[in-house]
Design a protein around this ligand. Structure first.
Ligand code: SF4
Length: 413
């Protein structure tokens, strides 16, 4: 197994440092400034700062002010108005099936209730034939996407090659359910494959693209702040490595989503750094005219089944809904024109909470999922699947039209 920067293309490793917003510098701005109530003028100043330079001290100041705003009607209305201006009234959703194919994992992230050692009770690793069966079931019920993510399973190899296993998995799913969009493997999983096999990330991306990979989930980002990651998930890829993987993913022609896990030990400066880093990455994608982030998903922390130490530190089992709605609005206002599709997580917030988030800047209700394991094992109360009609009813309950979309927000035919 390799480590360090060897897996990356030299340009990606260099640029990853340039897009990563410095938490310490943002925190320093925060210490020195009063927080004025957010108004239209400040929103326009933030937009101009982001266009000029997403990582300038002036942008840090505006982000600082926004991330310290209290939730309330003013913030909600501003986020709602920006959502309307950028993407209109229609709420979208996608018919998909989640396949969390294994929970064997060599890492021990402090928030994770999903992972198991292979010999632990509850450990599982689905056979490829079983996954094919589930994929074909999904196709038969009208799904357009399969979303694949799993633990970091060192035994997942074909003839000794981890890349061989992952490519075979994609090919098998493509055979079982032709035409379904394969949205698969987080930046952490992609880098794990490269390092386990001692090969370049680029060769992993090229092989998986040939095997049918269509896009990449932007998970494992957690919070793009090295000090927080050091406490929360020290074995995981670093924030800089996450950025380097995403730069290469986009440059390879693969779109990805973007996420933020919030509501645990992170501070407003960490949230600001994370969101500004996403903007900087999206600007890189646009500059190079390659696919970038298709959406932003806020993932509220679920503490119910988290290990005791972190649970005690956070002091709550389920998300603080009001705080997460405020962050939903702040994220919409900060990401502005750079990431226009915003999705709440009904798994984490419940469908009722996700429906409320549609009033706070969101325009999408995510997927039907059909089966979800990672968050439900963490103790979330939102359930593991939704019918298309339940998602449509949720959108209509807030007086908005609704449409089924493809993974990349196209029209479903
Ligand atoms: S979050 Fe992912 S990488 Fe971390 S322990 Fe859980 S399954 Fe493993």
């Amino acid at each position: 197994m390799t480590s360090g920067s060897e897996a990356f293309e030299p340009w990606a490793w260099r640029d990853s440092a340039a897009v990563l917003a410095p938490v310490e510098a943002i925190a320093a701005e925060q210490a020195s400034l009063p927080v004025e109530p957010w108004d239209l003028e400040q929103q326009e100043q933030l937009r101009d700062c982001l266009r000029r330079n997403a990582l300038s001290p002036q942008t840090f100041q505006r982000a600082h002010a926004l991330l310290h705003q209290q939730g309330g009607q003013r913030l909600q209305q501003q986020a709602d108005a920006l959502r309307r201006a950028l993407v209109g009234e229609t709420v979208s959703y996608v018919r998909n099936r989640n396949l969390n194919f294994t929970n064997h994992c060599v890492q021990h992230c402090s928030f994770c209730a999903f992972r198991r050692d292979p010999d632990q009770p509850g450990a599982y690793w689905h056979r490829i034939e079983e996954l094919q069966h589930r994929a074909s079931e999904a196709a038969n019920t009208g799904a357009s996407e399969l979303c694949l993510q799993g633990g970091l399973n060192t035994a997942a190899r074909l003839n000794g090659s981890m890349l061989g296993y992952y490519a075979a998995l994609l090919r098998a799913l493509r055979d079982a359910a032709p035409g379904l969009h394969l949205h698969a493997f987080s930046p952490q999983e992609l880098l794990f494959i490269a390092r386990e096999d001692g090969i370049s990330l680029q060769s992993v991306l090229e092989s998986l693209c040939s095997a049918g990979l269509d896009s990449v989930p932007g998970t494992a980002a957690e919070v793009l702040s090295e000090p927080v990651r050091h406490q929360l998930c020290p074995e995981k890829l670093t924030a800089r490595e996450w950025c380097a993987v995403v730069l290469q993913v986009h440059r390879s022609g693969l779109p990805s989503t973007s996420t933020l896990m919030a509501g645990h030990i992170e501070a407003p400066a960490d949230r600001a750094a994370h969101l500004l880093t996403l903007v900087a990455l999206q600007q890189q994608a646009r500059q190079h005219q390659v696919p970038g982030f298709s959406e932003f998903v806020l993932l509220p922390f679920i503490g119910a089944n988290a290990p005791a130490a972190l649970r005690r530190r956070v002091g709550r089992d389920q998300p603080d809904r009001a705080a997460m709605l405020a962050l939903t609005a702040q994220s919409r206002l900060l990401l502005g024109e750079w990431i226009v599709n915003h999705q709440p997580s009904w798994v984490k917030l419940t469908l009722e909470g996700a429906t409320e988030a549609l009033r706070w800047g969101c325009n999408d209700l995510g997927g039907t999922l059909m089966e979800e394991s990672i968050t439900s094992m963490a103790g979330a109360e939102g359930g593991t699947s939704q019918s298309a009609s339940a998602l449509e009813a949720a959108a209509r309950s807030v007086g908005r039209p609704v449409r089924e979309r493809t993974t990349l927000y196209g029209e479903r035919r």
